[in-house]
Design a protein around this ligand. Structure first.
Ligand SMILES: CC(C)(COP(=O)(O)OP(=O)(O)OC[C@H]1O[C@@H](n2cnc3c(N)ncnc32)[C@H](O)[C@@H]1OP(=O)(O)O)[C@@H](O)C(=O)NCCC(=O)NCCS
Length: 215
């Protein structure tokens, strides 16, 4: 019988670290993602995202998150893709780590973004999930560069980057909603990657790579 992972091979991908499981968010996971987001991601008035989605009224947040997940899926092609990986810790949904690329065949460059619910921040989990997608990008997809960015005041995000060996890669001034922010760009190459002392377990890679036309 044909399964959903046969139809949409990315759904079969699963990355496992010592404490976390990362896998594409399916429709049935969306309520848990919304609950995690509603529990709080950042201090009030301290929006860390280029699109200030967490500041939406509570009754709009869920539909907006669903819309974003569906849009990312609908627009996922070999030329431009985003893997929206949910993060599970002790069987609880605690956040999201995305990894994506445009023109990966030519650029071999991925970009990442992430969030964790506030109650589990500061325990090394953000570093563990970013390390997971960096390992997957470099060792399985053949990426040559991983890029990220954060507001220049976002010490936690920049702390994850620094701790994994990312180099600072310039700043730009951007409009985030109605606010001007100075955005710090960071960049990691395999030879400067401070690899974790654990191995990443990967399941479902071949079908996903075929679907994304990554050789
Ligand atoms: C960004 C985020 C995912 C980081 O995850 P985390 O679990 O809180 O961070 P970790 O505990 O893994 O910390 C990783 C490193 O950053 C450092 N760090 C974390 N928070 C820090 C802070 N507030 N100030 C300074 N350093 C910090 C840690 O000391 C650690 O460094 P080390 O490995 O050298 O000890 C998480 O804080 C988060 O979701 N924040 C809100 C959303 C957000 O900002 N998303 C990113 C948008 S760009």
């Amino acid at each position: 019988m044909t399964s959903l992972s046969d139809v949409w091979p990315i759904f079969g991908l699963r990355l496992t670290t010592p404490r976390l499981e990362l896998r594409p968010i399916r429709d049935e996971d969306i309520p848990a993602a919304v609950e995690a987001a509603k529990s709080g991601i950042h201090a009030a008035g301290r929006n860390p995202f280029s699109t200030p989605w967490t500041e939406l009224p509570a009754d709009e947040l869920g539909a907006n998150m669903a819309r974003w997940y569906w849009r990312c899926r609908a627009e996922c092609t070999p030329e431009s893709w985003t893997l929206l990986l949910g993060i599970w810790h002790e069987d609880e949904f605690i956040g999201c780590q995305d990894v994506g690329a445009k023109d990966f065949a030519a650029l071999k460059t991925v970009t990442t973004g992430s969030w964790l619910k506030q109650s589990v921040q500061g325990r090394g989990l953000g570093k563990e999930m970013r390390a997971a997608v960096a390992l997957y990008a470099f060792d399985w997809l053949g990426a040559e560069v991983a890029e990220s960015e954060a507001a220049d005041w976002n010490d936690a995000s920049l702390g994850v980057s620094r701790s994994l060996g990312y180099e600072l890669n310039g700043t730009t001034r951007k409009a985030w909603g109605s606010k001007a922010e100075t955005v710090q760009h960071v960049r990691l190459a395999p030879d400067s990657f401070k690899r974790p002392d654990w191995d990443l377990k990967v399941e479902g890679h071949e079908q996903s790579a075929r679907f994304l036309k990554v050789s």
